[in-house]
Design a protein around this ligand. Structure first.
Ligand code: ADP
Length: 485
């Protein structure tokens, strides 16, 4: 009898889309199914998702991929889950129904509440315990908003809260498992980085007494099984999208860095077993935890990267597709004085200005659509440079960066990035690092592979080397940014 081939399936629930990705037993990419998800902007500063839609589309992409490749559940070694972090929702464990829309990480509705905690002098305690800053970005203030909306519903016995990972896991296991993983938990502002457990003081500070929170598991762990696809399939890997990308980029050594350019840009430095506190407003977070060993990380989060390209496509209608941006930006005048501060949803690291609005400077009657596109890529690269400067000031020496995410498809952007940062930029052969990382974790969690075997699988597809200086333009961008903040 011929042995049946084995596979891994990664569920990658991102901000703009939900996908399921198929990998073979050697983690070679086979295929994926992807569906866009709807963004709701009910008020300025509000960003919401429909968690029912997220679940239905997750199920659909998963099922479609199984059917398309005629796969039986017994052929799937295990499932890995990765997801947009910080986005939070409540749901009813009796009906399985979400309680209203999920509040997305980009949502700024709790900026006044965060300010009030700052005024009470609580930021340093929160930072000390969580490694995070006090900003609407993280889940805790969003949970407080849900509590204020309906205390009764918040405290109801059947109400559960969680990030998207825990909701999807709960759905996949038909309510049998209510759990999250350590990297998602680390982004809520409720996890104590030292004890690696939910912290009662933090729960009190954010006014969340009485909340039900999921069990915290390691990234490669037993997350239960799903029986929804005609047989049992194990779930044994889980991580927030940026940590999954760190893992998928095989950044297993202290000092290695990855930067993901999806909706936002998230740069993560592996700091090993050390909890490194940033003096420059970067975040200290969990990179991954395997068995009893925790790898910590420093992270710089930029809220707007690919979403700037999306805005140029959907609202400005300068381009009809994201890939078209490459062709047009190349035609931009490199002497143009246009600079863009893309703080559509406030500025993240290292500035943390939740209310700053976006701006375009230096327009003249000569300015063309192409110039704006070029300035957009430069703006994203300049923001990355801000992160690199912060890391440098924290004592880290960065020699190269591995990039991934949707924008890594754009080779013109890869070159600008290398020029602006004056370092080598490596693009892997599989830029789907996030789903690959989840598959790797599922591989470790199902005892299919060891960490030491994974580093050899990573291959660079392209290396961008710095060709020209961007100092004058970067300084101009900084001056304009400083005049706004
Ligand atoms: P997420 O996981 O955050 O949903 P993805 O990694 O799928 O995001 O990347 C999608 C983003 O990448 C979109 O915002 C899109 O505008 C941008 N993008 C995709 N392809 C390109 C390209 N060729 N050039 C520039 N931007 C791109």
């Amino acid at each position: 009898m011929q042995l049946m081939k084995k596979f891994f399936l990664s569920i990658d629930q991102g901000t703009t889309s939900t996908r399921t990705v198929l990998y073979d037993a050697k983690f070679k990419y086979i295929d994926q199914e992807q569906i866009e998800i709807k963004q709701f902007y009910p008020k300025p500063g509000y960003v919401e998702h429909d968690a029912d839609e997220i679940w239905n589309k997750t199920y659909k992409t998963f099922n479609k991929l199984l059917k398309k490749h005629d796969l039986k559940p017994s052929q799937i070694v295990s499932i890995g889950i990765t997801n947009q972090r910080e986005t939070i929702l409540g749901w009813d464990s009796k009906t399985g129904k979400p309680l209203g829309k999920a509040i997305v990480w980009q949502d700024r509705r709790t900026s006044d509440f965060c300010d009030s905690l700052k005024k009470r002098g609580l930021e340093s305690e929160i930072n000390e315990k969580t490694g995070l800053l006090l900003d609407p970005y993280f889940s805790a203030s969003k949970l407080k908003w849900l509590k204020n909306k309906s205390k009764e519903q918040f405290l109801k016995k059947t109400t559960l809260f969680g990030t998207i990972d825990s909701f999807l896991l709960w759905k996949l296991t038909e309510g049998r498992v209510y759990a999250t993983d350590i990297t998602n938990a680390a982004r809520t502002s409720l996890l104590n980085l030292t004890t690696l457990a939910w912290d009662q003081d933090l729960i009190r500070i954010f006014g969340l007494q009485g909340i039900k929170l999921p069990e915290i598991k390691n990234n490669a762990d037993n997350f239960g099984t799903t029986k929804l696809f005609g047989g049992e399939i194990k779930i044994s890997g889980m991580a927030g999208d940026q940590q999954a990308a760190l893992f998928g980029q095989a950044c297993f050594e202290t000092g290695q860095v990855k930067s993901t350019y999806g909706t936002g840009c998230f740069l993560i430095l592996n700091t090993g077993a050390q909890i490194l506190r940033s003096k420059n407003k970067l975040l200290t977070t969990v990179g991954y935890k395997l068995d009893n060993e925790t790898t910590f990380a420093l992270e710089g989060s930029i809220f707007v990267a690919g979403s700037l390209i999306q805005w140029l496509r959907d609202k400005m209608q300068f381009i009809s597709s994201a890939p078209e941006s490459e062709k047009l930006a190349k035609l931009g005048n490199s002497d143009s004085e246009v600079s863009i501060i893309p703080s559509f949803t406030g500025l993240g690291a290292p500035y943390w200005k939740p209310d700053l609005k976006a701006a375009i400077h230096g327009l003249s009657l000569e300015t063309s659509r192409e110039d704006i596109l070029l300035a957009s890529f430069e703006a994203i690269a300049f923001q990355t440079r801000d992160l690199l400067e912060a890391l440098k000031n924290d004592g880290a020496e960065i020699k190269s960066i591995k990039i991934d995410g949707g924008m890594a498809n754009n080779n013109f952007f890869g070159q600008i990035l290398s020029d602006v940062l004056s370092i080598n930029i490596f693009k892997p052969s599989n830029i789907e690092s996030t789903s690959l990382g989840a598959a790797y974790l599922a591989g470790i969690g199902s005892a299919h592979v060891k960490l030491s075997e994974l580093a050899d699988i990573w291959k660079a597809d392209k290396i961008f080397k710095s060709k020209k200086s961007y100092e004058t333009k970067y300084i101009r961008y900084l001056e304009r940014l400083n005049s706004l903040t």
